[in-house]
Design a protein around this ligand. Sequence first.
Ligand code: HEC
Length: 165
Amino acid sequence: MTTLVFVLAFILLGLGTFLVAVSGGRHGLGAAVHSQSRGSRKFATLVFGLALLLLGVGIPTAVIASVDDRNDIPHANIKNLTSAELRGRDLFGERCAACHTLAASNAVAQVGPDLDTVQPNAKLVLSTIQNGRSGNGQMPAGIYTGQDAKDVAAYVAKATGASGG
Ligand code: HEC
């Protein structure tokens, strides 16, 4: 979307320039832009103003709008993370990504099991965070507590496609 707007803006600018160029001649558009008469200066100012508006307001607006889509993770095919899950994603990145692989978070560590393979539901993630795990390695208990732990659990379950629970 953003790319499209950006490209369109430049195509329009290019087209405008082209039109001015080919419609040259004494009475053409080019003459109007380049002459110093009052009316044509107004016209040139208008064109300049419009271009400025498009580049200065239109494109930033489009970019900001597309940033709002951050609650999707397209490469992991995840849509509409809730605000709790978004928080969980941040927390996961801070403390869990150091040991685990999770595609949605671009996490590739291999100290603990690959969560994309385990696909733990929220309940299992929560109990793992609360109790820790020791087996083929150590995962300390209580990395997160309370709402933090719940948000991480909700995020991991959603990110791996496991249903809640
Ligand atoms: C210090 C490294 C480390 C960190 C940090 C860590 N883990 Fe683990 N995690 C492990 C290890 C090692 C295991 C496997 C333990 C075992 O062999 O049973 C594990 C296992 C798990 C399991 C699988 C449990 C099961 O029963 O299959 C889940 C889910 C999990 N971790 C989630 C998380 C989450 C969420 C976080 C962040 C709050 C986190 N881990 C942080 C090392 C870590």
